[in-house]
Design a protein around this ligand. Structure first.
Ligand SMILES: *Cc1c(COP(=O)(O)O)cnc(C)c1O
Length: 360
């Protein structure tokens, strides 16, 4: 069996050790005589799994007690609607648009109230993050929404908005658990799990207590954060397998990696190898303003679109898959999430240099 280096933006690689553990426990979980895929979500085994998964997330991310944690279906995209439905109490909110997903989030919010785009980096094709201190925020905004790492354009925030009395809501889908985050800076953090945590099929939301309980009566039951958060994510059948896998990945982060500070060091070293290579030659180009470069999603182009195509094809043959850039950007994108081994990036850089020599 030859596992490839998968540079997909999501779903993406999972740690091999975790996959092997899931494999070992697939037919029978912990003396239960059944698979996690088969067991009742009300069983004592699953109760232990979900309780432990939440507790581990709280430890790993250092989440204070006055924040609730919930496991939601519908992906990060459903959160785009849940955020305004639950938090837009003044009828308006501020959105910073730094790419595709923050744009979608703003559009969704505009269905429910005034979603004011207070800053955007569209003028330079989303290659930078607007200065968050220079923005004219609305004092009556219910919240400020950002996308902390822009998966498609390969940018990330260096500093996040902090406005007295206005909660910050962040989509962290493509950088969650890649480094420590000060949860207390946020009113709500949400993320789809398929980039950096688990298989596809779930989003996790971390919500500060005081933001809950203000949704209108006609908000659908499953779109109201309180429904799940008041019932420890067990109002109805939760995505059991996804929660189990999340638990395994979190334990791996905690015990094998040694926590998020270590994960950050590893991720920054990995990204540096690729960016240093990109900066040291002039065949491939990364368009992002350097200080906003994403540690997770690295975009680059070759001198011509047909060479990009050739690169992706030859890379796939050599075992580096899913390097094609998003259709909005073109070129290439290497998503180098937590589970991408350093070796995968070293080898990719060797391959890029070989391709450059052959095609320059
Ligand atoms: C992938 C992604 C999404 C969409 O997630 P789904 O779970 O597919 O809905 C939203 N935001 C960001 C930042 C993403 O990277």
């Amino acid at each position: 069996m030859a596992r490839v280096y998968n540079f997909s933006a999501g779903p993406s690689m999972l740690p091999e050790k975790v996959l092997k553990q899931a494999q070992a426990e697939l037919l029978e979980y912990g003396g239960s005589g059944q698979s996690v895929m088969e067991m009742s979500h009300r069983s004592k085994w699953f109760d232990a799994i979900i309780t432990d998964t939440e507790a581990t997330l709280r430890r790993v991310m250092n989440i204070p007690d006055h924040y609730k944690v919930g496991f939601f279906q519908g992906g990060a995209t459903q959160q785009f609607a849940m955020v305004p439905l639950n938090f837009m109490t003044t009828g308006k909110a501020d959105y910073i648009v730094t790419g595709n997903f923050s744009n979608l989030a703003a559009k969704e919010a505009a269905k429910f109230g005034e979603a004011k785009i207070v800053a955007s980096s569209k003028d330079k094709n989303f290659t930078y993050i607007p200065d968050v201190n220079a923005i004219d925020y609305d004092k009556d905004a219910s919240y400020i929404h950002i996308c902390q790492n822009n998966t498609i354009f390969g940018t990330q925030y260096v500093k996040v908005p902090q406005v007295e009395g206005v909660p910050l809501v962040a989509d962290m889908s493509s950088m969650i658990l890649s480094k420590p985050v000060d949860v207390t800076k946020y009113g709500c953090i949400y993320f789809g799990v398929q980039k950096n945590v688990a298989p596809a099929g779930m989003a996790i939301a971390i919500v500060r207590d005081d933001l809950l309980g203000h949704a209108a009566d006609n908000v659908p039951t499953m779109m109201n954060y309180t429904t799940l958060l008041a019932k420890d994510s067990m109002y109805n059948t939760p995505p059991c397998w996804c929660i189990y896998m999340t638990g395994l990945v979190l334990k791996y982060l905690e015990n094998d990696i040694g926590g998020l500070a270590n994960m950050q060091k590893i991720n920054e070293a990995k990204a540096k190898v690729l960016y240093d290579y990109l900066d040291g030659q002039d065949f491939f180009n990364n368009p992002v303003e350097h200080r906003y470069r994403s540690t997770m999603n690295v975009t680059f182009t070759s001198p011509a679109p047909d060479l990009d195509k050739k690169f992706c094809a030859e890379a796939a043959d050599a075992g580096f898959v899913n390097l094609k850039g998003h259709r909005l950007v073109g070129g290439m994108r290497a998503s180098i999430y937590n589970a991408m081994p350093a070796e995968g990036i070293d080898k990719l850089v060797d391959f890029m240099e070989k391709f450059r020599k052959e095609n320059a």
